[in-house]
Ligand binder design. Structure first.
Ligand code: AVI
Length: 347
């Protein structure tokens, strides 16, 4: 069932959902909210939020792309820690981006399907809220498959697609451009987690930030709040953010979504080791590792790890590492929010 969540409706967990808030001007970026969610009976639902942004200064820091040094720093520091971990943004090289697209088509991976349904069902209601002739800015655009729903219905003056995986992004934008030849499009290879300066047209005309896919859920709460502030800064005065976040649901739905029997998510996770070998001259024996998914109830998050099947030693960029059987490299968190927690995050 699709619902627009009003200010006093109950969700299936019984808590009240509030959608309109007033913040101190200039203190918090996003003021007015509207939520759309999908509840298909097995608590598979996911909201979109529309938020309006009051006045904000624009930062001047340049974006950092998918750099060798960034990968080297994160791998050496993450592998040198007591609890080994590598940030999930390094999943998305050309191969990883393709594997992620395969994940989004898996029957077990519900978020992409749910979001598309919400967007296309409510597009007539969403479009007037977006205004006219603003610049659409998608953060982490990837294959930009949901964007065509917005581009085909909203009146936007330009489309800027930001993604860390440049080659993959350029290919996706080329096919989107063929579909919408009248809309100027700009692919920008950048890490949207860093403060960024967007083309001046965004500040002139106002921006519509588009951040679907529940990528916000891959960040800790503090990092998620920082990111929303970064978006507010980059989009500037009188902008809007359309945001998709996955909600808490049953473990029986969550686990197969991240550990599909077809092994696609396992290949996605293990590709990180192949990438390290390829790009940092590593000799990690990839077959010594297996994909592991855990539901961390206390922290309300899915965790992905790479578990050593046996004691293993390897080198990366002339540094030696050893891991004991059963030891893991923590590669991703995917937080699942209740509507109340999500609202608190936005507050
Ligand atoms: C990109 N991100 C929101 C996905 C998620 O669901 O956390 C990444 C992913 N990892 C495994 N499957 C999908």
């Amino acid at each position: 069932m699709l619902t627009r969540v009003g200010s006093s409706e109950k969700n299936s967990y019984g808590d009240t959902v509030a959608v309109a808030f007033a913040f101190s001007p200039g203190m918090e970026p996003f003021k007015h909210r509207q939520t759309y969610r999908l509840d298909d009976g097995v608590s598979q639902y996911l909201p979109f939020r529309l938020m309006r942004n009051p006045s904000f200064p624009a930062p001047t820091v340049a974006p950092a792309a998918n750099s060798y040094l960034g990968l080297l720093r994160d791998v050496l520091s993450g592998m040198g820690s007591l609890n080994k971990a590598i940030p999930p943004r390094w999943f998305y090289d050309q191969e990883g981006s393709k594997l992620f697209e395969d994940i989004t088509r898996l029957p077990q991976y519900y978020p992409t399907r749910c979001e598309r349904t919400i967007l296309s069902t409510y597009i007539r209601e969403i479009v007037p809220l977006l205004g006219h002739n603003k610049v659409l800015v998608e953060f982490g655009a990837g294959s930009a498959t949901k964007t065509s729903v917005l581009l085909g219905n909203a009146l936007v003056s330009e489309y800027i697609a930001i993604d860390i995986s440049g080659e993959f992004l350029r290919e996706s934008i080329a096919s989107l451009q063929a579909q919408f030849p009248h809309i100027p499009m700009r692919p920008v290879e950048a890490d949207f987690l860093r403060p960024m300066e967007l083309p001046h047209t965004v500040l002139q005309r106002g921006g519509i930030g588009f951040f679907p896919g529940s990528t916000l859920g891959n960040l800790s709460e503090a990092a998620a709040v920082n990111l929303l502030r970064t978006f507010g800064d980059a989009l500037g005065h009188d902008s809007i953010l359309l945001l998709g976040v996955d909600l808490l649901k049953d473990e029986a739905i969550l686990l197969p979504a991240y550990d599909d029997p077809q092994g696609v998510t396992a290949r996605f996770n293990l590709n990180l080791l192949h990438r390290i070998n390829r790009e940092l001259g590593g000799d990690i024996p990839v077959s010594a590792f297996k994909h592991e998914v855990r539901w961390n109830e206390g922290l309300s998050r899915i965790e992905m790890h790479l578990r050593a099947r046996y004691d293993v030693q390897f080198r990366v960029a002339d540094c030696s590492f050893s891991m004991r059987e059963g030891e893991t490299i923590h590669t991703e968190n995917s937080y699942k929010y209740t509507v109340m927690e999500y609202d608190r995050l936005l507050d």
